[in-house]
Design a protein around this ligand. Structure first.
Ligand SMILES: [Zn+2]
Length: 85
């Protein structure tokens, strides 16, 4: 069954995913994120998708990913989570 508490945590992590990926997240949050991710296939998939998109962008554009791409991706992933409810 759907676990609402877990769902809330997933959303919180989605908000900080960009910082996590940039290595700008506080150590305590990184530890919490990774602990949660160990038990959460959905967050594992989200991080994987996020990384793949960033890598793809970098290899094709040869430059840093603009903020719009980050936020557009987060919005898409959030919509994906919403559709699962
Ligand atoms: Zn999660």
């Amino acid at each position: 069954m759907h676990d609402h508490k877990e769902c809330t945590e997933c959303r919180q992590f989605l908000e900080i995913l960009s910082d996590y990926h940039d290595g700008e997240l506080e150590e305590e949050l990184v530890a919490r994120f990774e602990l949660h991710m160990n038990d959460c296939e959905r967050c594992q998939a989200v991080v994987k998708t996020f990384r793949q998109t960033i890598v793809y962008y970098r290899t094709t554009r040869c430059k840093a990913v603009p903020r719009e791409v980050h936020s557009g991706l987060i919005t898409a992933l959030r919509a994906c989570m919403d559709s699962e409810e």
